[in-house]
Design a protein around this ligand. Structure first.
Ligand code: SF4
Length: 443
């Protein structure tokens, strides 16, 4: 047994790209661990390297290609998977010696490629995978993917080409995964997909069993059942469709966090039409205002694209006005980049790079002022803060209004040691443009 364990094949894993790709990586790693493979943090000494690539923007493709190059230089035996695997020609042109290339979500093909390169050792005693799987994210929060693919056709995006139309997971399956995670100590579930509010459309909202009840594959039903598990539930990639309104009740009841990540991308109706974005913007402001009335501490985070082909100064100004009127708490801003294969590349009047840069700058300054103003209102309040990291004299955490990796943090001073994953009550004493600081209370 000891001899077998010593000879377990060792895999080094590189995970690039968005949280959705991270979930794919976690699934692959879980399967490999279940088959007795060991993971190592360095390429050197590993039997094989797997690179999970991101192919969304040209800059991400470059990052993926250089990660593959590093893995080949340091190890030489490399299997490539992920979004960029949908277009293998580019990879093969740059790195003809990779062992295999598989596309996104092709778990079985990745495993087959690994088996071929480094056969698994069969030893049931090595099946030490915990019930909830292996997570690459810290133990106290986990991403929960509720569907794959997307049935929208935004003109700047090639995700549907890479990943196909929406395929929703049955609600019971999602809930069982979530329940295992919570039992294993996860305190925050981050619900992700390409279009969370479209969940279940493809399977006609079919109900599936979970425990002694049936749960419909509807966004609201799933959110409620997730909220019943007792962890923080954070919703990402939600569109402002009318059927999102009932979620406010769940937020008011404390079942899901008062947080919505809505990828608006723009606010000018003409730009949105050129982008072919889902969900009409006409009533968006009214909808956000109604949501804020129902849930006063709602945080709205979004992403926007500036410099989309044909974007005029007036259209850009509409975007700035929207930011101000909707009081978007958090926003990421991207300069439009043509993605090979995207319909938008053929649109007239590309915006010059200098104009894109200038608009990006103005956007960020406007957003920073809104964010700073909104955070200042939190000074003097008590907030629930989940601790991500322990530091001498306290820790770094996040409020209910901050998602990991993309939003702000709270620097917490504490008189007793904090634990990673604990939810502390913190009196907020200072606010910057994006982050807060305060002292843990109650002990
Ligand atoms: S909603 Fe639009 S941007 Fe998002 S994945 Fe679908 S097609 Fe792409």
């Amino acid at each position: 047994m000891a001899e077998t364990a010593e000879k377990s094949p060792r895999i080094s894993f590189v995970s690039l790209g968005c949280p959705k790709a991270l979930v794919d990586s976690e699934r692959i790693v879980t399967r490999l661990r279940a088959e007795g493979y060991e993971l190592t943090r360095t390429h050197q000494g590993a039997d094989l390297v797997i690179v999970n690539t991101c192919g969304f923007l040209d800059s991400a493709k470059q990052e993926s290609l250089s990660a593959i190059g590093d893995a080949l230089a340091e190890n030489g035996r490399v299997v490539v998977t992920g979004c960029m695997g949908a277009e293998p020609e580019d990879i093969l042109k740059a790195h003809p010696s990779v062992l295999a290339i598989t596309g996104p979500q092709q778990y079985e093909s990745v495993l087959a490629a690994v088996h071929e390169a480094v056969p698994p050792r069969h030893d049931p005693f090595l099946d030490l995978v915990p019930d909830q799987g292996i997570k690459l994210t810290p133990r106290h929060y986990a991403y929960l993917k509720i569907s794959e693919g997307c049935s929208n056709r935004c003109t700047f995006c090639i995700i549907p080409k890479l990943r196909g139309d929406l395929v929703s997971r049955p609600a019971g399956e999602v809930l069982r995964e979530a329940e295992k995670l919570v039992k294993a100590g996860v305190k925050e579930l981050l619900v992700i997909s390409q279009d969370t509010s479209a969940y279940g459309q493809d399977i006609r909202y079919a109900a599936s069993p979970f425990g002694d009840k049936e749960v419909a594959a509807r966004f609201v039903d799933l959110s409620r059942a997730l909220g019943d598990l007792g962890a923080w539930v954070r919703l990402h990639y939600v569109y402002p469709y009318p059927h999102v309104d009932p979620i406010m009740e769940l937020m008011a009841e404390g079942k899901v966090l008062p947080y919505l990540d809505i990828p608006f991308q723009h606010a000018s109706p003409t730009v949105l039409r050129r982008m072919k974005r889902p969900a009409s913007q006409e009533k968006t402001l009214a909808r956000i205002n109604a949501w804020r009335q129902a849930v006063p501490d709602l945080t709205v985070r979004s992403t926007f694209i500036v410099g989309f082909p044909g974007e005029t100064e007036a259209e850009f100004q509409e975007l700035l006005d929207f930011l101000e009127e909707a009081q978007i708490d958090r926003a990421g801003c991207f300069k439009f980049e043509p993605v090979r294969g995207a319909e938008a590349n053929a649109l007239a009047d590309p915006v010059p790079d200098a104009v894109k840069a200038e608009r990006h700058d103005r956007f960020m300054r406007a957003q920073q002022a809104i964010s700073a103003r909104r955070l200042k209102k939190k000074v003097g309040t008590r907030q629930q803060v989940i601790i991500d990291q322990v530091t001498p004299g306290g820790g770094i955490g996040r409020t209910k209004g901050d998602a990991p990796e993309i939003d702000g943090t709270v620097k917490v001073a504490a008189r007793r040691p904090l634990r990673v994953g604990e939810i502390a009550t913190v009196k907020i004493e200072a606010a910057g443009p994006y982050d807060l600081a305060g002292t843990a209370v109650g002990f």
